[in-house]
Ligand binder design. Structure first.
Ligand code: TXE
Length: 500
């Protein structure tokens, strides 16, 4: 089956102006101390978009000093939650006012569909801020039931300076999933966006200042992982690190945290999520869901449904319809509203995905659709489906992080559960069935942080999200995420002449 792959069709789209390319420290944009810059590229053709300040250890030190000072002596942690909320709400409004430009920045920098950025990433970022803004004045401790004549209570205090290291696949979403609860808690922070997509984070720093967030609370150090990122993870004056990225780097971050000041870390890492489709499913609906689960955001999503298990009764029909449906999936310029899949983020990811496709072929899986790059230039890859995939093949084990689906057939419920769990990851899973009891039973048996029944990617800011096993630990979204940015302090006093 042929997919419609136009690559960059030559059509001209209105591109955003690049306004912010410098580090943002203590409320000011500035060059890196070394004076170094790096180039951020347009994945539609590999052209340079802008030169961005390449921060490293010295710049991180400066940013941490600003954040430390803002935490130890500044207004933000001491302000009432009510007042923090007002500023966060203003920040959210400013994001919405600049929605078009922000969405276009992420499309240009990361190849994300402009339509999706406008409909989801940017408005949801504003709403995430509002959600946590609503919690800012409701962070309570408890009164303790002490076993002796003592009065005991807990305070929940901001943890201090948060280090936030984020990836390139959702530059805006990742920024606000971490920054919003940290702000509500009263923390100050140093944020390192990914080197592939640094532009929107700098824009957000500018909006934060306009909204009235005091200088030093939000600092953004653009730069590389092995320099700026590593300096954050090992910094003696950062009180916690929230990380999203690869499992390999998550391990390095945890090691650096252990070797420096034992700061707590939260890690949201890779995945190889199963989507299990039972015989009683509506096949057309299941085919659409499976297609979305792997091809959405060009497969660059940690919860991608990359292993699709289909029960034997509907397997053949499912395969036939999946091949047909692949034809109507349009790959092309992310600025074009008719396109469903843009280019992979950069050359490294593009080559990684193509290498896995070659691996799949040589391991003996059958290529049903796709399987190659497309377009004259840029990092476009055809939506690819393999059948006859075995659980122990590399394409069924490793996170490919691209538009590559592995299709597998199963017979019994027990077999599906066992095979779905046969992975070192545990981020998400999907189940398609009309049998509610079966869905609930399988949900409890799958070791993953979020289970979607008859839906996929049903994210919600109130719905906690995070990993089991080597997909990491700690939760983003929901009120649970606030806990990462808070400390619990117990206060105890003797109680005299009390009736109880
Ligand atoms: O990730 P990195 P990469 C997976 C996906 C992808 C693979 C590699 O499979 O193909 O990882 O992508 C910063 N100390 N995911 O190489 O390097 C880095 O600068 C501190 C899954 O881009 O983990 C960036 O800001 N920080 C994932 C961030 O870590 C370091 C999203 C993530 O980049 C560092 C992205 C270091 N030593 C990739 N080295 C998900 N869970 O959604 C790098 N960084």
């Amino acid at each position: 089956a042929e997919t419609q792959c136009n690559g960059s069709s030559g059509k001209q789209f209105k591109l955003p102006e690049i306004k912010f390319t410098k580090l943002f420290i203590n409320g000011e944009f500035m060059d890196a101390i070394s004076g170094k810059t790096f180039e951020t590229m347009d994945p539609r053709g590999g052209d340079v978009i802008a030169k961005v300040a390449a921060g490293d250890k010295d710049d991180v030190d400066l940013a941490v000093k600003a954040a430390r000072d803002a935490f130890d002596h500044g207004k933000w942690p001491r302000m009432s939650g009510f007042d923090r909320r007002k500023i966060m709400m203003k920040f959210a409004d400013l994001i919405e006012e600049n929605l078009e430009e922000l969405a276009a920045l992420d499309s240009l920098d990361g190849g994300k569909l402009l339509t999706l950025g406008k409909a989801i990433d940017i408005p949801e970022a504003a709403n995430t801020l509002r959600y946590y803004a609503g919690a800012a004045d409701k962070i309570h401790g408890e009164t303790l039931k002490m076993s002796r004549a003592m009065h005991g209570y807990t305070l929940r205090e901001p943890i201090g300076v948060a280090g936030i290291i984020i990836p390139w696949n959702f530059p805006t979403t990742m920024f606000f999933v971490k920054v919003s609860p940290a702000l509500a808690a009263g923390c100050t922070m140093v944020i390192k966006p990914a080197e592939q997509t640094p532009l929107s984070a700098l824009y957000y720093a500018h909006l934060a200042k306009l909204a009235g967030i005091p200088d030093g609370v939000i600092n953004v150090v653009t730069g590389f992982g092995s320099t700026a990122g590593a300096a954050i993870a090992s910094h003696m004056d950062i009180d916690m690190v929230a990380f999203t990225g690869s499992t390999e780097v998550g391990r390095l971050v945890m090691e650096a945290a252990a070797k420096s000041n034992l700061k707590p870390v939260s890690l949201e890492l890779g995945g190889k999520s199963p989507l299990i489709i039972f015989d009683d499913a509506d096949v057309d609906m299941a085919v659409d869901l499976a297609r979305l689960a792997i091809f959405f955001n060009k497969g660059e999503i940690c919860v991608a449904g990359s292993r699709v298990y289909v029960q034997e009764g509907i397997y053949d029909e499912f395969v036939k319809k999946s091949a047909e449906k692949a034809k109507s999936w349009v790959v092309g310029d992310p600025f074009d509203p008719s396109v469903q899949q843009g280019p992979q983020v950069d050359k490294k990811q593009f080559e990684k995905v193509l290498k896995y496709i070659e691996h799949g072929k040589s391991e003996g899986a059958t290529l049903l659709t796709g399987g190659k790059s497309c377009g004259e230039k840029g990092y476009y890859i055809e939506p690819t489906i393999f059948t006859d995939v075995e659980d122990d093949m590399l394409i069924a084990q490793d996170e490919i992080f691209g538009p590559v689906m592995s299709l597998m057939k199963f017979k019994t419920v027990e077999e599906a559960i066992e095979r779905a769990n046969k992975t070192r990851y545990g981020l998400a899973a999907g189940i398609v069935t009309k049998d509610l009891n079966l869905a609930n039973r399988v949900s409890r048996s799958i070791r993953a942080g979020i289970i979607w029944v008859n839906c996929y990617f049903a994210f919600d800011r109130d719905c906690p999200f995070g990993g089991y096993k080597m997909s990491g630990f700690g939760r983003d979204n929901g009120l649970h995420a606030l806990d990462k940015y808070l400390q619990i302090k117990s206060v105890v006093t003797p109680l005299y002449d009390s009736p109880w």
